[in-house]
Design a protein around this ligand. Structure first.
Ligand code: MN
Ligand code: MN
Length: 298
């Protein structure tokens, strides 16, 4: 096996293991920050690194929630909880998610996202189009009485790049792009109730950040911090709390603030369902082959 393929497979295995173990940990009374920290640590213990902070998104939050320091948020009975895990091995990525239903009445909705994911994966091989996967996802979710979120998509993964251009739509689109052998994709259907909008809007800033570029940083502390961020996370998203633990106290907070104000780093907004509808998600990472695709995150 070539080295990138080795690393892709390893990242996928770690991500799958973490996802499955996390599923058991999402229970009423558990703090979200403990879930986030547990997942991030599990990844390192298994020999990988987080490709992004573990996202724990509740109910109407579809994506991009990771705990800030001292986050009091708790999992409660009735919550619909998405656990989204990203792993990299030497920059080669795996991205996978699952929905834990603490409201039994929403189980069928979560299953619709799972079924759509499996059906979409079956359409994917070198030469087929992204639009075929999208049409399949919408069809399966609709068929089960739910709605697919139209403005969230799966995405191509490249080395150290989580969103590498090509998208896998979650609805039928007119013009798709061809899938090529060796390309890596995260496929991620989202399902909502038929009464919901089936769209997300930008919400409050999340605790997930990305490095943009060095701009007008004056203090030594901020310079040191930005060097750390660049060398440690490169082009990958990172959690504010990771950095603030590394640079503790008020000096760290001030340096982080300087990086934000200078726009050297920016926050990803939380993605919230437009009508505040509850959202379920399922996600796997696949490598396109001539015969079909290899799911790395089973
Ligand atoms: Mn994901
Ligand atoms: Mn993804």
């Amino acid at each position: 096996m070539s080295e990138p393929l080795d690393s892709l497979i390893k990242a996928g295995k770690i991500a799958a293991q973490v996802r499955e173990r996390m599923k058991e940990k999402v229970k009423p009374g558990v703090k979200v920050i403990d879930l986030c920290d547990t997942a991030d640590k599990m990844i390192e213990d298994l020999g990988g690194k987080p490709a992004f902070p573990c996202n724990i998104c509740i109910d109407r939050v579809a994506a991009h929630y990771a705990s800030p320091l001292n986050d009091p948020t708790m999992i409660k009975q009735g919550h619909l909880v998405k656990v989204d895990v990203g792993v990299h091995v030497d920059g080669y990525l795996a991205d996978t998610a699952i929905t834990v239903c603490l409201d039994p009445s929403l189980k069928k909705m979560a299953e619709a996202a799972e079924a759509a994911l499996e059906a979409a994966i079956k359409t994917m091989k070198a030469g087929t189009k992204t639009s075929e996967a999208g049409a399949m996802i919408e069809h399966i979710i609709k068929n089960r009485g739910f709605k697919s979120i139209r403005n969230l998509t799966g995405h191509k993964l490249s080395r150290y790049i989580v969103h590498a251009g090509k998208s896998i739509p979650n609805v039928h689109i007119m013009i798709g792009e061809k899938l090529l052998e060796g390309e890596v994709f995260a496929v991620e259907p989202f399902s909502v109730l038929p009464t919901a909008a089936g769209e997300v809007r930008d919400g409050a800033p999340s605790n997930i950040y990305r490095f943009d570029r060095n701009r007008n940083i004056s203090s030594t502390a901020a310079k040191e911090m930005v060097n750390f961020i660049q060398s440690e996370y490169k082009t990958l998203p990172f959690a504010g709390r990771w950095v603030l633990r590394r640079f503790p106290g008020i000096d760290g907070v001030n340096a982080f603030d300087e990086l934000l104000k200078s726009k050297s780093i920016t926050s990803y907004p939380q993605l919230i369902e437009k009508t505040n509808g509850v959202v379920a998600q399922a996600e796997h990472t696949v490598i396109i082959t001539n015969e079909g695709c290899t799911v790395t995150t089973r």
